[in-house]
Write a protein that binds this ligand. Structure first.
Ligand code: A5P
Length: 224
């Protein structure tokens, strides 16, 4: 269970830390490593740096790149990113059959490129992340060109007010319609002109899900 402080604030930090440390332990010397983005990955970076491995890292956001570099990790520019041995990232929701929603932090387009390029994509999260079924919002990234037409096409979508463009110039928004069939919705979003990326990750992408709990980590293997 998430920890409740005296002031009523509920913290999942200890669960995130456990999951992140378990994931850091999966990394081996000589690997190429994708680094995700978010508050769970914030625990991964020091745990990985503390292992003092010789690894080449690729970051999914400027923030991750800066923190990882400060911690002494060797982070390379993403334009040389090809095949990765392992990538570790958080998620907003994960279903029993391995569907994910990602992009709460708006980094889902880069995160999906990294996930798709890796042999072993490891998802880390706290006990609030497993869900029985996905629910909106689904983060999306949109091109500025023809934005009104893209919004009209998508219908139930809302641009995130006050959010800067992604590092790649995209506009971060959320699809708010129903998710009756994740595969059907993912295909529809992917086929929408002007939509650069969406936060639905299909189960085939993820190899492992590590969920931190009060007394340990639930490690679910989805595929090798
Ligand atoms: C970043 O855009 C996201 O995909 C995050 O990986 C996801 O929102 C999980 O973030 P937290 O670890 O902060 O919950």
């Amino acid at each position: 269970m998430p920890q409740q402080r005296e002031d009523g604030h509920v913290s999942t930090d200890s669960e995130k830390r456990l999951a992140a440390e378990a994931a850091a332990a999966l990394v081996e010397n000589g690997m190429t490593v994708g680094l995700g983005t978010g508050s769970t990955v914030a625990f991964l970076l020091p745990a990985l740096a503390a292992r003092n491995l010789s690894v080449r890292c690729f970051a999914t956001s400027v923030h991750t790149q800066e923190v990882a570099t400060t911690l002494g990790l060797d982070v390379e520019l993403a334009d040389t990113l090809d095949h990765l041995d392992i990538a570790i990232d958080g998620a907003d929701q994960v279903t029993p059959d391995g569907w994910l929603i990602k992009g709460g932090g708006g980094a889902h387009t880069r995160e999906k490129i990294v996930a798709a390029a890796t042999a072993r994509f490891v998802v880390i999260g706290d006990s609030t992340k497993p869900v029985d079924a996905l629910r909106p919002p689904v983060p999306v990234e949109l091109l500025g060109f023809g934005l009104p037409a893209t919004l009209r096409h998508l219908r139930q979508v809302k641009i995130r007010e006050g959010w800067p463009p992604s590092p790649d110039g995209g506009i971060i928004a959320d699809y708010l319609g129903p998710i009756d069939d994740p595969a059907e919705l993912a295909a529809r979003l992917s086929a929408t002109p002007g939509l650069v990326g969406h936060g639905l990750f299909e189960p085939a992408m993820t190899a492992d899900v590590l969920i931190g709990r009060e007394n340990g980590v639930d490690h679910r293997k989805l595929h090798d």
